[in-house]
Design a protein around this ligand. Sequence first.
Ligand code: UN1
Length: 508
Amino acid sequence: TQTVTEHFSEQLSLRARALLHGMGAELPTPGTLLARSPISGGILLPLTIDTPTTVDAAIGRAAGAFPAWRTVPAPVRAAVVRRLAELLVAHQGALAELVTLEAGKISAEALGEVQEMIDVCEFAIGLSRQLYGATMPSERPGHRLMETWHPLGVVGVISAFNFPVAVWAWNTAIALVCGDTVVWKPSETTPLTALACHTLLRRAAVDVGVNPEVHQLVQGDATVGHALVDDPRVALLSATGSVRMGAAVAPRVAARFGRCLLELGGNNAAIVAPSADLDLAVRGIVFAAAGTAGQRCTSLRRLIVHRSIADEVVGRIAAAYTQLRVGNPLEEGVLVGPLIDERAYTAMQEALVRAGQEGGVIVCGGERVDLIGPDAYYARPALVRMPKHTELVREETFAPILYVLTYDDFDTAIALNNDVPQGLSSSVFTLDQREAERFLSADGSDCGIANVNIGTSGAEIGGAFGGEKNTGGGRESGSDSWKAYMRRATNTINYSTELPLAQGIHFG
Ligand code: UN1
């Protein structure tokens, strides 16, 4: 007989099939890749895993589509992205629900993630008319000096489970208007949302008369990723994930002189100064630390609070934490869904044990909430006071743990903010303009994202997204991140009858 959990898992699986069907996706051929739902821990659907041979063929198709695609004018290329945006609007609810089923995000955040895709599509459409190159004054008479941006080639996209669809859209919408073709390897944890996106994009391509081979999807684990990493036809490898993954990938791409765009771990801090608006700060902190069950690369992991207000701030966060509903992300009112899998839960528990060994005190949270059977991992967000910046605090644990440290002077707070190997996001809560400006200045936060009176997570797409140090240095999404997806040619044009040499050289 079926247990309640098994029955529930079967319902989730049926729902996933219905959602895929509604988005026009064919059910995958069953294989050894198991799509699971962290909501119950049960299997949603089995899929086939790609092999080095099928990955090679996919890269071949993307490379084959590139020569024609690169000659389509950029504003015309944008048509496929415009159509994709329309399809995303039409299927926003369905795709978001699939994100909830497969990644465990609460509905509001899953809808937000699809909104992030629509936003970046709009950005890319406008960008298609703004792939500007500069013109520089030439030092020679009758000469013109300028630069032109050209499509780069095949872009390999490796994405993570926690933003299974938005990070793909950041890369793909921009790569396509830039005239590149794409081969996508999603996280093996989220193959169904990938299948849905791939289906919608191919539909968009067919609808507007674009060769659908401009986008390829390959599914599987690191073996599949490595096939992309080592293939010289992949001009740019854009990889989002752990520092360990980035460290494995970057030297291999560099060895073949390919380009990398890395968006790796974060160990994001917020400073809370004595002047801070605490109502606002506490709301910002709770969303950033507990939201997405602490599984954003921008999640808040360290709080650096002025000693004079530390007890009050900790008390208010703890009070907010006890109000947070942890549970089935499909249910209204739930704010914290499950961890992605057992490994994430174990890592969280190990970190909490180590915190104790390093002198930390758990203020609240950390315990497992047994809700939907033994294979689903729900945990209460943990708030931990640490006596100092220990080794553990300097590591990224991809789970909802917020370490609290105190400071006496602002320089120390900035030093603590920067005293980690990662450099993704950071923020300061202060009403003191000197502190805010100092935080944003050259000797302030060393992160790619530095915010004032707002948490570390939840960036808009219009800015460049990424970070320094072990975060990998890449920038995706808005601003001029598109430049990573194109190659620059510098052009000197002589329209005179003379041949003056640069630097005033006389030859012969
Ligand atoms: C990630 O966690 O990989 O800024 C991306 C944010 C989101 C993107 C996070 N817009 O939190």
